[in-house]
Structures are given as C-alpha cells and as structure tokens.
Design a protein. Structure first.
Ligand SMILES: NC(=O)c1ccc[n+]([C@@H]2O[C@H](COP(=O)([O-])OP(=O)(O)OC[C@H]3O[C@@H](n4cnc5c(N)ncnc54)[C@H](O)[C@@H]3O)[C@@H](O)[C@H]2O)c1
Length: 262
C-alpha cells in the first residue's frame, strides 16, 4: 500500500479542541492537508479565526467554533451539531489544555504555596474538559463502529518533574488513565482511544514560558535530544493516529518527547 493511501483522510470529519494555537493548530493543519474536514474549537475566538483563515487559504476545509470545553454542555452541543451535519465523525483530538502555573521548581509552585484556584482551573480544562470531549466523541463513533479519539496528555503523566504544576501532573495522569479505560470500553465497538504524551514543544502554553530563553533552556535540559520540539514535529504522530495507518492501535499512551522516557 502506498503511503498516500495509508494516510489519506479524504472524506473524514474531524474535531480538534485547542486548535487556535500550538499543537492543536498543527494537528488541524495536517488533517486538512491530507483531505480531512476539521472543526476547530477554541476559547480564543480571535486567534481561532486567524488560524483557520490560513488553513482555508491553503485549500483546507475548516470551520471554527468558539467554545470553553470546560463549560457544561458546550463542547457536547458543538460536536453533536457538527457530526449530525456531516453524518459521521472519524477522529476527535481532545487537545485543549492549560498549564496550571509553575511546578515546585518555583517557590509559588511548592506544595504549601500552590494556588488551589489554579489547581481547579487546570483540572477543569485538562481533565473535565477532555473527559467531556471523549464522551461526546464516543457517542457519535459507536453507532458507526468507526473512529479514533486522541487525547493530548503529557510526559507529566509518565514521570514527575519540578517544572509543571501539581495540578498539571494530576490532570494529565488522570486523563491518561481515562484513555486506557475508554479504550477497553470502546474496543468492542471498533472505536480506538489513544493519548499522545508530548515532551516540551515550543507553544504558547504557560504564558509563553517556552518562548523565553530561560524557560526554553529549563525544558531543553531535560531532553536527550537537547532541544525543544517545533510544532511541525507533532504532525506525523497526529496523522498516524487519525488515519487508517493505525487501525490496530488503541489504549496506548505514546511519548513524543525527544527521549525523556529513555
Ligand atoms: N507545549 C508542550 O510542551 C506540551 C507538552 C505536553 C502536553 N501539552 C499539551 O498540549 C495541549 C496543547 O497545548 P499547547 O502546548 O499547544 O499550548 P497552547 O497554549 O499553544 O495551545 C492551547 C490552546 O488551547 C486553548 N484552550 C485553553 N483552554 C481552553 C478551553 N477551556 N476551551 C477551549 N480551548 C482552550 C487555548 O486558547 C490555546 O489555543 C495541551 O493539552 C497541553 O497541556 C503541551
């Protein structure tokens, strides 16, 4: 089989949350570039419109929806309407996320100082919001016995570190476990559920900490490849999981991390 056929998303209908920026934008770009139709969801309407306009200009089929995935019923109603409009839902990337502040490497991230407000905000988006997204995806995929759900977890689900917050570690580990359970439940329905576990990518997360020389160096020092990842470097794995190339993969938490798990 030719690579073009194995990774072809023609006619596929996809949803990506957190699609205005960073990993979600790169994921929306690669799906659109390979023939998929993408609903781009994000809380930041301005950035979302700009991001979608660039994909649209390049010939991609995208639509935008301004949504807070943590707000009860919002992601559900957008995904319901989108899937019903096209009569199918092939892949959903539950990707939107927030950092929840620094880890214990900074005084304000230490156990006794860590803000419970940031803890709550982090869990609301990274755990509750991702769970909502997974649930509504499953609802539309099960009856058609087809679909791929991909959650953006983190290497923070796989090992502990001083850099991300306690809340971030908890939420990303929690959602990774949800992915495993959902893979068991949905396997008999031929719906696949996987997580990607990125190491440090140069995105806007954590108030742009990855774009500062100190922030970038702190993260790059933890990586055997010795550098942050660039956005394009998520595209191969995202396309693999969205496409027919991965039809026997489910329940996996897949690091894409420059070697930190080694
Ligand atoms: N960048 C990294 O190094 C890294 C590493 C591991 C995991 N991740 C995860 O990758 C995912 C994407 O983050 P990123 O690094 O691309 O950061 P980013 O800040 O560039 O993108 C995150 C996007 O999610 C959106 N968002 C935030 N809260 C939302 C909400 N409640 N509803 C809808 N949209 C919301 C933001 O507006 C933004 O566009 C997150 O889940 C993050 O935790 C990132």
């Amino acid at each position: 089989m030719k690579a073009a056929e194995l990774f072809d998303l023609s006619g596929h209908v996809a949803v990506v949350t957190g699609a205005a920026s960073g990993l979600g934008l790169a994921i929306a770009q690669v799906i659109a570039a390979n023939g998929g139709r993408v609903a781009m969801l994000d809380i930041d309407e301005g950035k979302l419109k700009q991001a979608a306009a660039a994909i649209d200009e390049a010939g991609g089929a995208v639509e935008t929806f301004s949504v807070d995935i943590a707000e009860a019923g919002k992601v559900e109603s957008v995904v319901d309407a989108y899937a019903e409009r096209y009569g199918r839902l092939d892949c959903v990337f539950a990707n939107a996320g927030v950092s929840g502040g620094p880890g214990y490497g900074k005084p304000e991230g230490e156990l006794e100082a860590a803000s419970m407000e940031l803890w709550d905000a982090c869990l609301r988006v990274n755990l509750d919001g991702a769970f909502r997204t997974i649930r509504v995806a499953a609802k539309h995929m099960k009856p058609r016995r087809q679909g791929s759900i991909v959650v953006t977890s983190s290497v923070a689900a796989l090992h502990a570190s001083a850099l991300p917050s306690y809340g971030y570690h908890a939420a990303k580990a929690g959602i990774a476990q949800v992915v495993r359970v959902a893979a068991l439940e949905l396997g008999p329905h031929n719906v696949r559920v996987n997580a990607i576990a990125p190491g440090p990518f140069r995105t806007n997360i954590a108030n742009g900490r990855m774009h500062t020389p100190e922030g970038a160096a702190a993260f790059a020092d933890t990586v055997p490849l010795g550098r942050l990842a660039e956005l394009d470097e998520i595209k191969g794995l995202a396309l693999l999981l969205a496409s027919p190339a991965s039809t026997y993969m489910t329940g996996a938490i897949i690091p894409i991390d420059g070697g930190t798990q080694a």
